[in-house]
Design a protein around this ligand. Structure first.
Ligand code: GLV
Ligand code: MN
Ligand code: MN
Length: 421
């Protein structure tokens, strides 16, 4: 008779099933030449949620959608209740014209892990939840909405205010789904119930690829600050208003577009600053812009550098004749749990995969958990480090590497639990 430990050493994921699932969900929201667009709670995102619910059900998990529209599949332990919960989570929403693997990899790999654990009759000491967190990608500009809702981190009223471009609020989208946004706080759970949170993700940078390393063990996640700046001018006829009489909002805003990179580069090498969204109103070829609105995003591991650049932004805004700055959110960097980093690094070693420790410059749902729950992220390389674009690509073997390390980490945590760790 084989013991649970021997059995655990032999269970293996199914590479073909993992890849087929990634391809399958990758068809949802795909348009030739434009990549995948599944902004949170769009028709495509809802279809992806339905796809996942079906797959989780077919895998024998209990499935629900919580009050924040997170999809949760639960593989229950037979242990006596109350039990804790191990989460494997990521997201199925994408940026506009995004790729196939950012987020989807972590959800599909979680599904595959749950399937093989169940198929092999492995008894875990906690419930295992596979979670597709809603609106990780900031379709409404704040991002990580589902995971923050679960950890009680949503700002009051935030889901009722749309800060996205040409998009209604998260609350309006919930209503469109027949759900009550006023109930969103029912999604809050006590962080103490969570044993750990694990996420498998593509690196979204080219460090692993350029070094020829197969696994990144993430040590911390970058802080993200986002602001909306509005500069007002005066709309007028573009043909009849002489240049010296114009009050053009875009021209007033433009110096900041080149000042921001200078300020950021002067602070530290790892800090980044982006203006990725600019709108002019009314937005017509023959009208002088009366208003220019843009989103400034700052990222760094170092909060004091971000506060300093925020100060420069505020000064710039004050110096304008008619401008305002509004905070979308400010999330400081987090360190991930050292014991979990060790466990993941060991799992990679057992699987015979080279690994390094590294920080993440991208945001993740794990960030919402990390302050309260031991949290870990596993990275695999992606082609030329490209992500948030249709060219985002990985090899099937890289998905398999990551999923194997994820599974091994879950089994190692179960082993530690049995041994009283
Ligand atoms: C999510 O991918 C982010 O880093 O914005
Ligand atoms: Mn992303
Ligand atoms: Mn992601």
């Amino acid at each position: 008779m084989t013991t649970q430990r021997e059995q655990k050493n032999h269970i293996a994921i199914d590479p073909d099933r993992l890849w087929a699932d990634l391809q399958d969900v990758g068809k949802i929201g795909y348009r030739e030449g434009f990549g995948i667009s599944r902004p949170a709670l769009s028709d495509a995102d809802i279809a992806a949620k339905e796809w996942l619910m079906e797959r989780l059900q077919a895998a024998g998990l209990e499935v629900c959608m919580d009050a924040a529209t997170n999809v949760i599949g639960t593989l229950r332990t037979r242990r006596k209740r109350p039990v804790r919960v191990l989460v494997i989570g990521s997201h199925l929403d994408t940026v506009p014209q995004g790729g196939m693997f950012d987020g989807a990899l972590g959800v599909v790999a979680g599904l595959e892990c749950a399937r093989v654990i169940r198929e092999n009759g492995i008894e875990l000491p906690w419930d295992l939840e596979i979670i597709n967190f809603s609106d990780e990608e900031a379709a409404h500009n704040a991002g990580t909405v589902g995971s923050r809702a679960m950890l009680g981190q949503l700002q009051p009223e935030e889901i009722f205010v749309s800060k996205g471009k040409d998009i209604s609020s998260f609350a309006d989208e919930m209503k469109r789904m027949g759900r009550d946004p006023h109930q969103v706080h029912d999604a809050v759970r006590d962080p103490k119930i969570f044993k750990a949170m694990l996420e498998l993700h593509i690196e979204q940078g080219n460090h692993l690829e350029s070094e020829g390393i197969r696994i990144g063990v993430v040590t911390g996640i970058v802080g993200i600050y986002r602001y909306i700046i509005t500069v007002k001018g005066e709309s007028n006829h573009a043909g009849t208003t002489p240049m010296h009489l114009r009050n053009d909002a875009l021209v007033k805003a433009a110096p900041l577009f080149t000042l921001l990179p200078q300020w950021v580069r002067a602070r530290n090498k790892e800090m980044v600053g982006t203006i990725g969204q600019v709108t002019v109103a009314p937005g017509a070829t023959n009208v002088i812009p009366g208003e220019c609105t843009f989103v400034v995003e700052l990222r760094s591991m170092n909060a004091s550098d971000m506060v300093a650049v925020r100060g420069l932004l505020e000064e710039w805004v004050l110096a304008q004749s008619d401008a305002a700055i509004q905070t979308i959110y400010e999330k400081d960097s987090v360190a991930l749990a050292e014991p979990l980093i060790e466990t993941i690094a060991r799992a990679a070693k057992i699987e015979g995969l080279s690994a390094i420790r590294m920080p993440s410059g991208a945001g993740h749902d794990t960030q919402s958990f990390a302050a309260y729950v031991p949290s870990g992220i596993i990275f695999i390389p992606c082609l030329r480090g490209k992500s948030h674009c249709p060219e985002e690509s990985i090899e099937p073997q890289q998905a398999v590497d990551g999923c194997r390390v994820l599974l091994k980490t879950v089994l190692a945590l179960a082993e530690q639990h049995t041994e009283g760790g």
